[in-house]
Design a protein around this ligand. Structure first.
Ligand code: GCV
Length: 658
């Protein structure tokens, strides 16, 4: 990842020895110990300051030349997890109120060295914009990863917990970008995973919690809402049934006694076949509160996902609109939740497509804690074969102004609006592949998620530049070329797959590669409804009414094709192929052209990457080049299948005869 600590030019920071002092913190605290080890590693690797040249405690006399005096000090005035850095010519002070802040400050110093910037510039105060910064792993206990594209799980195999080394490395790099919560098992909790809360796994789970805690990360488990039925308890999961409540009380008490550090539970209920309160005629709030009340005495949180929709729709049914489901299922429960419940809402109303509007539920519930959920794992965005840098998409979600006021989604999830609490969570893209993320460039998404969650105002370009300097090179040509590839990659992917917000058209189940009608006659509610004249679903007030779930001015803007942002045109509207776009082309010609442009852009990305041969690590260069070759095949397949499909359907020729 980005913690390899290869040697850096000593020009900016000629430090030959380090004087370290620690005030108000103890070296023995696990987080402090990790922070100090990280400093040792970083200084040794990047600046060749070996352990013998690190001197504690600081001799108050002026240190010799080329020595950095680093003072680490507790300062209770600073907010939780935050830190303050103050630099002068030969000394640097890092102050924090808590151990996590100290660790984050250390990573900041190391980042500054890694990107070859002067330490003397480090005078700043930093605190996280979003308090809960979480990763969700969809790892199954058999070692498979649902929607995983970088090998197998490094948490589990064959229903056992794996050795801890890789988890420790993982905790290191997750903490280095500010992650402070991790759920390690798939939200689809089945089979052995249901038993993670039982004695069968206590000692291992406790160990993982301790490894994470030493990096300031709280461990969460995904929970099976119907666990009582599977673990020999009552044959019901009714949140109002006394026997069910008693069973959970006993179970949770035992789990917390064994794993006191547990942050809480993540729950997918009433969704895609998972059990939930609807089965018993109860609301989502009834289900969440039953558990929240039980975990509250242990300081636990209940993170309740809002991905609740009818996944057994009849494709002939034009009334049901999956896009509406999240809002319809939850909006009436605003105000019903206990304080330690957080609703986790996907960025879009459908499911992690390359372009969707922001979910209207985000920001709509004024009395409820909300977490924005995004997907780093590239399920619908190229499986980490295709390059698709997602930070610009997440920024769009965070920057979205939810209504006529100035409140953005980022204000909601950072708890600035409505005085509620919030967070951000992402489905992780890591596995046991040697490079962690399959495609080396996909690591930029992991890095970017963490950095953006800490500082929502960073730009995608800033973050990408940092990542390149920390991993590939400090050479300007490399930085520019790779930035160019990454920053355009999402638009490129969108062009050769499903532009204008239409989405889907993917191969069923795998979700890689085109299949225009793959889900058209299925139960999943993801239809494009193309016929020989028109395409799209009318989601305006005249259609399914989805657009009316937004606050103004969005509802009116989306309602009308003339004002609807063109990249979302086919999300909200059903339009004839002859519809005139702002660029003067017909909708269909635009669609044809996008696909051709997309392929051309992939070719350009490949040329850009090839131009870097010899300038970056050859192993990385070769690995990424191999992925690019597969991306080009994929892009060509998308272009040709989609364009042929619509040519056949409409009978309308491509203007250029392609
Ligand atoms: C974990 C999509 C994915 C599923 C995933 C689900 C979810 O439907 O295809 O694999 O299940 O989202 O977010 O729960």
């Amino acid at each position: 990842m980005w913690l390899e600590y290869e040697p850096r030019s000593s020009g900016v920071n000629c430090v030959k020895s380090l004087y370290l002092s620690l005030k108000g913190f103890t070296k023995e605290h696990p987080i402090v110990a990790n922070a100090l080890t990280e400093l040792e590693r970083g200084f040794a690797g990047m600046l060749a300051v070996t352990k013998e040249n690190i001197i504690y405690p600081l001799d108050e006399a002026k240190p010799p030349a080329e020595t950095l005096a680093l003072r680490l000090e507790r300062d209770t005035e600073i907010s939780a997890e935050g830190y303050q850095l103050t630099a002068d010519e030969y000394s640097l002070s890092l102050r924090a109120a808590d151990e996590s802040g100290l660790l984050y400050g250390v990573f900041h110093i190391l980042r500054q060295i890694a990107i070859e910037k002067p330490l003397a510039e480090l005078t700043l105060m930093s605190q996280p914009d979003i308090k809960l910064r979480m990763l969700n792993h969809w790892d199954n206990l058999d070692g498979s990863i649902e929607r995983g594209y970088s090998g197998r799980s490094f948490f589990f195999a064959q229903n056992k917990v794996l050795p801890y080394e890789r988890m420790t490395d993982y905790a290191r790099f997750a903490a280095s970008v500010g992650i402070n919560a991790v759920a390690i098992n798939n939200v689809n909790v089945k089979d052995a995973a249901t038993r993670l809360i039982t004695p069968e796994y206590y000692s291992e789970v406790r160990q993982i919690a301790a490894i994470f805690a030493a990096y300031g990360i709280r461990l969460f488990l995904s929970l099976n809402f119907a666990a009582s039925l599977e673990l020999g308890g009552p044959q019901s999961a009714d949140p109002f049934a006394e026997e069910v409540i008693n069973w959970w009380q006993k179970q949770i008490a035992e789990t917390y006694a064994a794993i006191p550090d547990l942050g809480g539970f993540l729950i997918k209920a009433d969704s895609e076949g998972r059990p939930g309160p609807f089965t018993y005629g109860r609301t989502q709030a009834d289900g969440a509160n039953m558990l929240a009340k039980i975990v509250a005495p242990y300081g636990g949180l209940i993170i309740w996902r809002c991905f609740v929709y009818n996944c057994t729709q009849d494709w002939r049914d034009y009334q049901t609109d999956r896009a509406r489901a999240g809002y319809d299922n939850f909006i009436t429960t605003d105000g019903d939740y206990l304080d330690n419940v957080f609703l986790q809402i996907k960025n879009g109303p459908m499911d992690f497509q390359i372009r969707e509007p922001i979910s209207p539920l985000l920001g709509a519930m004024e009395k409820t804690n909300q977490i924005l959920e995004v997907q780093i794992a590239q399920e619908y965005t190229g499986h980490q074969i295709d390059v698709c840098y997602l930070v610009p998409m997440w920024k769009e979600a965070l920057d979205f102004v939810i209504g006529a006021g100035n409140d953005k989604v980022s204000d909601v999830v950072s708890g600035k609006t409505y005085a509620n609490r919030g967070g951000i969570a992402a489905v992780a893209n890591t596995g046991d592949d040697a490079n962690w993320t399959g495609n080396d460039l996909a690591a930029a998404n992991f890095y970017g998620f963490g950095r953006l969650s800490w500082s929502v105002n960073l730009t995608a370009a800033d973050i990408v530049g940092e990542w390149i300097m920390m991993t590939l090179s400090r050479d300007e040509q490399v930085i520019n070329a790779v930035s160019d590839i990454l920053l355009h990659s999402r638009l490129t992917y969108e062009k050769y797959t499903t532009p204008l917000g239409i989405g889907w058209m993917v191969s069923p189940h795998s979700h890689y590669g085109p299949s225009v009608d793959g889900y058209e006659y299925s139960r999943w509610g993801t239809y494009h409804r193309a016929d020989y004249l028109a395409i799209g679903v009318d989601r305006t007030s005249k259609g399914t009414g989805f657009s009316t779930q937004y606050r103004e001015p969005h509802a009116s803007i989306y309602e009308n094709p003339a004002t609807c942002p063109e990249d979302l045109l086919l999300f909200f509207h059903r339009l004839p192929y002859s519809y005139l776009m702002k660029n003067g082309k017909t909708l269909l010609q635009h669609f044809y052209d996008c696909h051709h442009e997309g392929v051309k852009e992939v070719e350009a990305m490949i040329a850009g990457w090839n131009g870097l041969a010899g300038q970056i690590d050859p192993a990385i260069h070769t690995r990424v080049a191999e992925r690019f070759a597969r991306q080009l095949d994929n892009a060509i397949e998308w272009r040709d299948q989609v364009n042929t499909y619509f040519y056949r359907k409409s009978g309308i020729e491509d203007r250029y005869g392609k």
